[in-house]
Design a protein around this ligand. Structure first.
Ligand code: FE2
Ligand code: FE2
Length: 191
């Protein structure tokens, strides 16, 4: 159960397939950023023992994904280049409450939603790409990102009762859906 309030726009897959190299470059950045976000939480909350091992392992998995995407880019002869940040993550994070523990709960749930959106889009790509090895790559990733989604929700459940976490996840998922809907239609993993 991925908790997304809204599926991706119907034309997202066609847009992504038409600019697959662009999507792969964006994907590489997303994996690196996912690792960075997890590591940032390790720095920010050393007192929370329950975060340390799960987020350390998650960060390593994201970096392994990053290396896999780098390899695919190299095979396709596509250079990794700097990218203008998408509005999506900033818009999503603007809903994060400013004082802990709410700040941490919201940060974990936003990460859960980012993972859920990646997972949804890897499924769309796995079903649509013509290249069998690329399809298999996306299928492998969607399972990992679904697991990451669950880990982030479970970590939030360490900080608040289930009903409160579910309620907040609903609010943030509506906000996430809005961030997707309002973003300019581009060939990005998010937005
Ligand atoms: Fe990943
Ligand atoms: Fe992930």
């Amino acid at each position: 159960m991925l908790c997304l309030a809204q599926a991706s726009p119907a034309d997202w897959t066609a847009r992504a397939l038409a600019q697959l190299d662009e999507v792969l470059v964006d994907h590489a950045h997303c994996e690196r950023k996912a690792a960075g976000m997890a590591v940032q939480l390790l720095f920010r909350y050393p007192e929370h023992a329950f975060l340390q091992e799960p987020l350390s392992r998650l960060a390593r998995e994201e970096l392994a994904h990053f290396e896999e995407v780098l390899r695919i880019l190299a095979e396709r002869g596509v250079p990794l280049r700097r990218q203008k940040p998408a509005a999506y993550a900033g818009r999503l994070r603007s809903e994060i409450r400013s004082a802990d523990p709410e700040r941490l709960i919201d940060t974990l749930l936003c990460s859960a939603l980012i993972e859920a959106r990646s997972c949804e889009r890897f499924r769309l790509l796995a079903e649509a790409v013509a290249d069998a090895s690329l399809a298999a790559f996306y299928r492998g990733l969607l399972a990992a990102e679904a697991r990451h989604h669950r880990i982030y929700v479970e970590l939030a459940l360490e900080l608040a009762p289930e009903a409160a976490v579910r309620e907040r996840l609903e609010v943030l998922s509506a906000w996430e859906a809005r961030a997707i809907a309002e973003g300019p239609p581009r060939a990005r993993m998010h937005g």
